[in-house]
Write a protein that binds this ligand. Structure first.
Ligand code: GP9
Ligand code: MN
Length: 686
């Protein structure tokens, strides 16, 4: 008893005791708020441990500043710092509720009107429990004023105060190290701000983001109109005329882009134990009204999915490191597919994805792209059994998307991003309907299983499209975003392909992913032209008959007779129908053999291709890191203003569900088509 008493006395009557009280209150409160107010989704012991730990080092560092002061001042400085940190936490709670993202200085600086919008609705979105973020500060002030906490006017030793700060910095370092170990590329790839907060903490995120912003704005400040001039000059000199036979064949049709997660070309036609892994996609691939590309390559870098999206929406490459959508998606000017289609063809534009809206900074980047609707996970009913890995299982996702698709005013441009076929390729027993492969490589063997699941989900969606007649009004575009099996699995890849070996050249060819354009009446076939993700937008715009001559796009119409067929990889490697380059080595594409001693002429030729590839990549980088499109003002294009878009669920759905004569729902006598979606998803069985 006396022990407790003397401990309480220490807490309330010494300066150090006061400091510890404030620190522990701040720490535990932040942790409680992490768990209840944010959707950080910590899984596994390491993530949970770091989540618990991470408010502590920053608290120690910042509150510790107060220790350097003397007397009563020291107490009040600690309280002011605590109050500032707590207000920051409070503001984050509100901001997160609206935008599923964290506050950063760049957001505060660049989007005054976002803050305005928030300001207007601040009362509406505040919950009573949010004040938990400020409660401890109020209590401590009360205790101090009520003299329960007594001032201890003795100064602490300077050496001690410095030690506290050093300890805090060491803890931050250790935290960072553990986080990097658990999630490599955490700070370089920037896939999700949620992850940075989860691993490192909210204040660390703010610092990190401030640093990134300073870096990007320095680059931007250096750029000027003449940089745009050199890009335009290059694009003009290398212009590829689209194939006029295909111009406008899909004019006025809806466009449904289906993003096939981690889906590689080799899966098409692939059989395991006598069973086709992707029967539905195989059928589609070979259908007479599908234009399929057999030599279509992914060209992503570290930004993976987001790089694929960047290329498809803008015909701009991802960046050499990190994700362009994460680093530049909030601030850059773009001339993207949704905005072009909306302005030139009256399209309604939307993205649906059963994963977190903050991933790859989608909830900001899509606004800059001009997407009118973005329906991430928060628009869907979620249950533990519906969810795996990064989002809703594809069948559940499609099933729940019907009610939104059928309400979209037509013509629409809709992108649906699947996610079940994602590393580590795990799916629960009930959803397994093909055996795993038997290479013995754990990360590889589940791949056919999740791919098979994705294929079934696609089959179900296609069935619904047919039943509702929407297929006749829609151009369906399907593409695989990037490899599923990385270059670290040569042995298992050789086994899958039934080859004796798997060379670096094989790995380059492994980067092929499907690209299909499917539409009733389309003159289809399997096209062997070499191309990549950068080329999808120009090809699509030509099919839709939308003239975009002069837009800054690095790709070209894949159906063009003049297609140069040089496919760049983000690291400068390339492949053409004749030659390929991987690292420093050149290959003969047809034989897969190394070109050991090229003659002078060939050498020059290879160098020329290589130069062309690197020039193109660096010019595209310049467009993004210099934000060059802000200088580009074609007459026909109205600049996108991010603030015109609001992905708040209630507001968006109110608008979407107000009857529109051009929607499928309206045309179906104002009845839902949900029943026409047949699924065997075991999670939905009664
Ligand atoms: C998550 C998803 C995954 O939303 O799109 O991205 P990836 O890891 O494939 O880049
Ligand atoms: Mn992906």
């Amino acid at each position: 008893m006396t022990r407790i008493k003397s401990f309480l006395q220490w807490l309330t009557e010494t300066k150090l005791g006061f400091f510890i009280t404030v620190l522990v209150a701040f720490w535990l409160k932040t942790y409680a708020i992490y768990l209840t107010k944010f959707n950080l989704g910590a899984v596994g012991s390491m993530q949970n441990f770091l989540l618990l730990l991470n408010p502590l080092p920053a608290g120690l560092l910042l509150l510790g500043i107060g220790l350097f002061f003397k007397g009563r001042k020291s107490y009040w400085i600690i309280i002011v710092i605590d109050l500032v940190l707590s207000l920051w936490l409070f503001a984050n709670i509100l901001y997160y509720r609206e935008f599923s993202n964290f506050l950063s200085l760049s957001i505060i600086k660049t989007s005054g009107s976002t803050a305005d919008n928030l300001g207007k609705s601040i009362v509406g979105i505040t919950h009573a429990t949010d004040f938990l973020a400020l409660l401890d500060v109020a209590v401590i002030i009360g205790l101090l004023c009520g003299k329960v906490i007594k001032y201890d006017l003795r100064p602490l030793k300077l050496r001690f105060n410095v030690l506290v700060e050093v300890l805090a910095i060491m803890m931050i370092g250790l935290n960072l190290k553990m986080a990097q170990k658990d999630r490599s590329g955490l700070l370089t790839r920037t896939f999700d701000n949620n992850y940075i907060v989860k691993y490192l903490g909210m204040n660390e995120y703010a610092v990190y983001d401030g640093f990134k912003t300073a870096q990007t704005s320095a680059q931007m400040a250096k750029a000027n109109v003449s940089d745009l001039g050199s890009v335009q000059k290059y694009l003009k000199a290398n212009y590829v005329k689209p194939n006029s036979q295909y111009t406008g064949v899909a004019k006025g049709k809806n466009v449904l882009v289906i993003h096939l997660e981690s889906f590689q070309q080799f899966l098409i036609g692939y059989k395991w134990k006598g069973k086709a892994v992707t029967p539905n996609l195989n059928k589609l691939y070979h259908a007479k009204d599908t234009l399929s590309f057999a030599n279509f390559y992914n060209q992503v870098g570290q930004g993976k999915t987001s790089d694929a999206e960047m290329m498809l929406e803008n015909s701009l490459y991802g960046l050499q490191s990190g994700s362009a959508m994460s680093s530049y998606g909030t601030s850059n000017t773009f001339e993207s597919a949704p905005a072009i289609l909306n302005q030139q063809g009256g399209y309604t534009t939307a993205v649906m994805h059963g994963g977190a809206g903050s991933f790859w900074n989608r909830n900001n980047a899509y606004k800059q792209f001009g997407y009118q609707y973005f329906m991430p996970l928060s628009y869907y009913q979620n249950k533990p059994k519906y969810y795996i890995g990064y989002g809703l299982k594809d069948k559940i996702f499609f099933n729940q998307s019907i009610k939104y698709i059928e309400r979209l005013p037509q013509p629409f441009y809709l992108k649906m991003i699947t996610v079940t076929n994602h590393y580590p390729y795990e799916i629960d027993k009930k959803n397994q309907s093909i055996d795993k492969t038997d290479t013995g490589d754990e990360t590889v063997d589940g791949y056919v299983q999740t791919a098979h699941y994705l294929d079934q989900a696609i089959g179900q969606l296609m069935h619904w499209l047919k039943k509702t007649g929407l297929d006749k009004k829609t151009l369906i575009v399907m593409y695989g975003d990037h490899y599923g099996i990385s270059g670290n699995h040569h042995k298992a890849s050789a086994q899958l392909l039934k080859q004796d070996e798997f060379t670096d050249f094989d790995n380059l060819k492994f980067q092929r992913v499907p690209l299909m354009f499917h539409m009733t009446g389309l003159k289809g076939g399997i096209d062997k032209t070499y191309g990549g993700e950068i080329d999808v937008l120009p090809t699509l715009l030509n099919l839709l008959g939308i003239n975009d001559r002069g837009t800054i796009q690095f790709g070209h119409d894949l159906l063009s007779k003049q297609a140069p067929q040089i496919v760049a990889q983000r690291n400068g490697d390339f492949i053409t129908p004749q030659y390929a380059k991987v690292g420093g080595t050149y290959y003969d594409t047809k034989t897969g053999m190394e070109i050991v001693d090229p003659d002078k002429k060939l050498k020059l030729h290879l160098m020329a291709i290589s130069n062309r590839v690197t020039t193109q990549l660096s010019l595209s980088d310049r467009v993004i890191d210099g934000n060059l499109l802000r200088f580009y003002k074609p007459k026909w294009f109205k600049k996108v203003k991010a603030n015109d878009y609001d992905y708040n669920k209630d507001k968006a759905l109110k608008k979407l569900f107000s009857p529109n004569k051009t929607s499928l729902w309206y045309q179906n006598h104002k009845k839902t088509t949900q029943k026409q979606f047949k699924t065997d998803a075991p999670e939905l069985e009664k």
